[in-house]
Design a protein. Structure first.
Length: 195
C-alpha cells in the first residue's frame, strides 16, 4: 500500500517539463505500482524509489530523442513501458507526431501498455510479439532498458530491422564491460551520457 506521504514526498522534478507532464508521469508511476501487485512490472524493492530509479532514469534519454530527425522510437522488451511510455509522455506536447512502437511478448504486460497509452492518449503502437521473430522493421531509434545485452541488441538491429538511425541502451553497472564485449564483434561509435 502506498500512502499519501509517499506520493507527496516522491513527486517528480524534471527541469523544463510542464506541470501537466509531471502530473502524468506521477500518475503513470502510481499505475505501475498498483499493477505490480498483479503482474511483475518492476522489482518490488524499487517501488519506493520508482521515480528516481525508473522514471527519471528513463527520462534521461530525452536529450537523444528530442532531435529533428527523430519521429519514431521502437522500445524492445518493453515490460512496464520503461523507457517508452516515459518518452511518449515527455514528447506528447513537444512533438505530437512522435510515435513509440513497443514490442512486448507478454500478454499481461502488453495489455498494461495498451491501458496506459489509452489513459494518457499517447501516440503508440503496442505489438504483443516476440521481437526475434519480426523482420524488415524500420524506425529512427531502437531503445532498450533491462532487456538484453548490447551484443544481442546489435543482432536484433542487424537481423530484424531494415532501417534505423540510432540505438539507445541503458547499460548499468556493467556498461564498460558490455561495450568492450560488443566491440569484439561489432564496429560502432557511441556517445555516453552519465547521470
Amino acid at each position: 500500500m502506498i500512502d499519501s506521504d509517499f506520493i507527496k514526498n516522491s513527486k517528480l522534478n524534471i527541469q523544463n517539463v510542464s506541470r501537466e507532464t509531471l502530473d502524468e508521469l506521477n500518475k503513470y508511476s502510481l499505475s505501475i505500482i498498483k499493477k505490480n501487485k498483479d503482474i511483475n512490472l518492476i522489482s518490488s524493492g524499487t517501488e519506493k524509489s520508482i521515480n528516481t530509479r525508473h522514471i527519471i532514469d528513463s527520462a534521461q534519454s530525452i536529450d537523444f530523442i528530442d532531435k529533428n530527425d527523430i519521429k519514431v522510437c521502437t522500445d524492445l522488451g518493453s515490460g512496464a513501458g520503461l523507457p517508452g511510455i516515459v518518452l511518449a509522455i515527455l514528447m506528447k506536447s513537444k512533438k505530437p507526431q512522435f510515435k513509440v512502437i513497443f514490442y512486448e511478448k507478454s500478454y499481461h504486460k502488453s495489455n498494461f501498455l495498451k491501458e496506459i497509452s489509452k489513459k494518457f492518449k499517447l501516440n503508440t503502437e503496442i505489438n504483443r510479439k516476440n521481437i526475434f521473430q519480426e523482420k524488415n522493421l524500420q524506425t529512427d531509434i531502437i531503445i532498450s532498458r533491462a532487456f538484453k545485452p548490447l551484443q544481442v541488441i546489435f543482432e536484433i538491429a542487424s537481423n530484424n530491422f531494415r532501417k534505423f538511425k540510432y540505438i539507445i541502451m541503458f547499460l548499468g553497472k556493467s556498461g564498460k564491460e558490455n561495450l568492450k564485449d560488443a566491440s569484439k564483434n561489432w564496429k560502432f561509435n557511441y556517445e555516453e551520457k552519465k547521470v
